[in-house]
Design a protein. Structure first.
Length: 705
């Protein structure tokens, strides 16, 4: 049968962009995902917990950050650290560890070994059509770090007809203004989409020293090659220049939450990613996708979190730059078989990255009365204790395969795995190497790991299915863990094994959907900092953790009324965690692990074009320290949203955040060890949450997206 090129283009574009139907989409539509098997798959046949935020939801709710998208998914929590800086919690406590994989169209946005908990700020949410979250280990498909989960942002495909959009929003309390522009069209076999936003946060707001500027754009082009397939190219650029106001000690947090101790700390991220992908039929019943990709990341900062070791008015700090240049290849083949209605997804992944790193020590002057850090000078480069200067070449080669079959009409079985080989080639640019002042000696080191997965889903009825899976994930030592000090520790990858069962149900003609899962995730050989003697520590594979919990999501959509509810009730414990000869936290709850993370929203459309929604967010109590002696009480917040399409193409909206003007903390931690004197005002640190704020927005849209 002959197909017109435009028909091929539309078919393949739908596979790339997925247009996954979330629960608030048209009732009766089958939900499909791509992240669970790296191919378009019915959610009912995917034996994994996957959260979906559709393009329709994103268009409707006007998210300010990626956190506004992710935090509606049960068991997912983006922790706001200001100016799109963040930490994460998916089946793990809130933290900065390298236990997540962040993807764009299935390709990691960063190479392994240089994970950064802030790296979702390198994405352009204005260029995303939908976001999928695979919860639990996904290393069998995506390799290292996909332990707590994998977040896959799917770029928006070009529109079939002319489309343009312009918008502005402003939030006075935070001094935030954002401008959005977009344009798209398809001419015959060629389609092009441009999506952009620029945000500015002035220093004239509720929080001292908190400016933040970001410019981000996505350019995507799709070209149909007739019967030869389709080519897709994307270019993503982000530029972030943001203050790091840092955290506050106990007294300032309670009495002056808008204060900042910092006056010069910053984070400057410049990120460019490019991909070119070809997809076409290469065998009877089979298709192949070949993706070439490149990354260029430059991250310079004076981080607030390294300031310390104060003596009187003088403190220590650091200035550093972490640069990444990557080029890689991802090849995937999908083969359908008539036998057992099965299919095989297999491929190879090659990533070559250069990672130069430079760090200088700083001498910081502090005002003893206010605690503010006023100025800094570099430690003279001629003094060797002032510098780290090295390059690590990172090679990651992997092969992966996943086989899916239906041995029974209602049963779908999935078995897969991925074998990763990782090599670090470390070169110290200082000399003499290996001394206390000059850093580690040159070396090459390799790691390898096979990550399996076995799962099954079973159809219980027309709108019900259950699933179960056993999977493993791993995290290799980060470059900084290996080479950040003088000696090179003897480290191995940390491994995580997960057991999960889930149930999905739909009621009322699929207007009401339930998605639930129970999981247990055990980590072994967790890398911890072990104190040998006071002031002398090293990284060791000395930890074992256990996380288990229940995730529950409900979504309802019926004409003028829509609602959602998501919650995660979890326990995260150290099974083994000895940090020195005298300190042992084995059996303790892990810090920053809320007992529950819950959000609920109810929306009402009283008239055509108008929607009003009230959202409630609850974060449960958690320990702030490893010794389980200092507790954060949790908090509950309310947000209000309203949007009105008052003329063709025109829409105005208002977002009221923290409706009750609640005093709360986005992050709370304590350095108290459980022994000795407890001093809240020097050991407890908080990232204060924003007070009540009102955002107003206006946009004009021409054509269809």
């Amino acid at each position: 049968m002959n197909y017109r090129p435009s028909a091929i283009c539309l078919a393949v574009l739908s596979a790339f962009s997925v247009n996954a139907m979330a629960a608030d989409e048209t009732p009766g539509m089958e939900i499909v995902v791509v992240s669970g098997s790296r191919a378009v798959t019915k959610l009912s046949e995917t034996p994994s917990a996957i959260g979906i935020v559709s393009g329709r939801e994103m268009e409707r709710d006007k998210p300010k950050t990626m956190g506004d998208i992710l935090n509606r998914v049960a068991g997912v929590h983006w922790n706001d650290l200001g100016n799109e800086q963040h930490s994460m919690a998916i089946r793990q406590p809130i933290g900065t560890g390298s236990v997540y994989q962040y993807l764009e169209d299935g390709i990691p946005i960063r190479p392994l070994g240089v994970f950064n908990h802030n790296s979702l700020n390198e994405m352009n949410i204005a260029g995303s059509d939908s976001v999928e979250v695979v919860k639990g280990p996904a290393s069998s498909l995506y390799g290292s770090n996909a332990v707590g989960g994998a977040i896959n942002a799917l770029t928006a495909a070009p529109s079939r007809t002319p489309y343009a959009r312009i918008g502005v929003r402003h939030e006075g309390v935070s001094g935030f203004t954002r401008y959005d522009t977009a344009a798209s069209n398809t001419w015959g076999d060629f389609g092009l989409r441009f999506s952009h936003y620029s945000s500015r946060r002035t220093s004239n707001n509720w929080q001292e020293y908190s400016y933040g500027d970001k410019d981000s754009f996505t350019l995507r082009a799709d070209y149909a090659l007739g019967n030869a397939g389709i080519v897709r190219a994307t270019l993503v650029r982000t530029d972030l220049d943001a203050a790091m106001p840092g955290s506050l000690f106990e007294n300032d947090y309670q009495n002056n939450p808008g204060k900042s101790l910092n006056t010069f700390t910053y984070r400057k991220d410049k990120t460019t990613r490019g991909t070119v992908a070809w997809e076409g039929d290469t065998t009877p019943g089979g298709s192949t996708t070949v993706t070439l990709f490149t990354r260029r990341n430059d991250h310079g900062q004076i981080p607030s979190y390294t300031i310390g070791s104060c003596s009187g008015s003088i403190c220590k700090g650091t200035l550093n730059n972490n640069h990444v240049d990557s080029r890689g290849l991802d090849v995937k083949h999908l083969q359908e078989f008539a036998w057992l209605n099965s299919r095989l997804v297999a491929g190879i992944y090659i990533d070559r990255s250069d990672n130069p790193y430079y760090s200088d020590n700083l001498r910081i002057v502090r005002d003893p009365a206010s605690g503010r850090y006023l100025s800094y000078t570099r430690v003279n480069d001629s003094q060797p204790q002032g510098v780290r200067d090295y390059q690590a070449d990172i090679d990651n080669t992997a092969i992966f395969a996943q086989w899916e079959a239906s041995p029974l009409p209602k049963l779908r079985v999935v078995a897969g795995g991925r074998s990763d080989r990782i090599r670090y080639d470390f070169r110290n640019n200082l000399s003499p190497q290996g001394s206390a002042n000059y850093g580690a000696p040159n070396e090459s080191r390799s790691f390898s790991r096979f990550s399996p997965k076995l799962g099954a889903s079973y159809v219980l009825g027309a709108d019900a299915n259950a699933y179960a899976n056993i999977s493993e994930g791993f995290t290799p030592p980060e470059v900084s863990q290996m080479y950040g000090k003088t000696g090179i520790p003897d480290l191995q990858p940390a491994t995580y094994r997960s057991v999960e069962v889930g149930l999905r149900l739909a009621f009322l003609d699929r207007k009401l959907r339930l998605d639930s899962s129970l999981y247990r995730l055990v980590g072994r050989d967790t890398i911890v900092s072990y104190t040998i003697t006071p002031g002398n520590s090293e990284n060791r594979n000395a930890g074992r953790t256990r996380s288990q919990g229940l995730e529950l999501g409900l979504n309802y959509d019926n004409g003028p009324l829509d609602a959602r509810f998501s919650t995660a009730i979890a326990s995260h414990r150290y099974e083994r965690y000895r940090v020195s000869a005298t300190q042992d936290y084995s059996g303790k709850d892990m810090p920053q692990a809320p007992r529950d993370m819950t959000s609920a929203e109810i929306g009402y459309k009283p008239m055509p074009g108008l929607r009003i929604a009230l959202e409630a967010v609850h974060q449960g109590v958690y320990w702030m320290d490893n010794a389980n002696t200092v507790r954060y009480p949790g908090h509950a917040l309310f947000h209000l949203r309203a949007a009105y399409r008052f003329m063709p193409g025109w829409e105005a909206w208002v977002h009221v955040r923290n409706l009750g003007d609640k005093h709360y903390s986005d992050s709370a931690s304590s350095s108290y060890s459980g022994a000795g004197v407890y001093s809240p005002n020097t050991q407890n640190q908080y990232t204060p949450g924003a007070p009540r704020s009102v955002m107003l927005g206006l946009s004009y849209t021409f054509g269809g997206k």
